[in-house]
Write a new protein. Sequence first.
Length: 202
Amino acid sequence: MNSKGQSSIRLILASASPRRRVLLGATGLAFEIVESGIEEIRRDGEGGIDFASRMAREKALNVSDRIRDALVLAADTIVECDGRIFGKPADAAQACAMLQMLSGNTHTVVTAFAIASARAIAESQAIISRVTFHVLSLAEITAYVATGEPLDKAGAYGIQDRGAAFIEHVEGSRDNVMGLPVREVLAALRRHGIEAPVRESS
């Protein structure tokens, strides 16, 4: 720790996601952003948890291989509904199809995160939340997809944006649905020498 109580360990977030950047930034931790560039391709027969976990590990290792003097945090989020796994939609038509499947159903959101150091995985976890949508009309889906918001989000919706209006109930962490289970991530970082600063009460 330095004189201000901040960890001297360099922390890198291996993600281009603005939502993960906001969530991690809200903790008060200092970090850099380095994208991994890893292509997200699911293997035949690979389950949702295994896929998200592998992607998180591969992203963390990719950046750790390039920057060996830092602790690297990476994450990956998938949505699973009725046995089907949804990543980010390829286009508006796929986004509409995903939302039609989620309509009136309960689905699982898995966010896996991994921490790498010196080209090795130090820790990884997969956190699960369950989200229930109310029944969506075709007009609601079409209007939402037209905003462009769903196109960079697993499952074609954002819980923190307009997509929140579709949600009837969330079981588990809302941060996890957004893409980073903050409580679990902070606990893991603490185990590897990085402590979030204590916020002063106003």
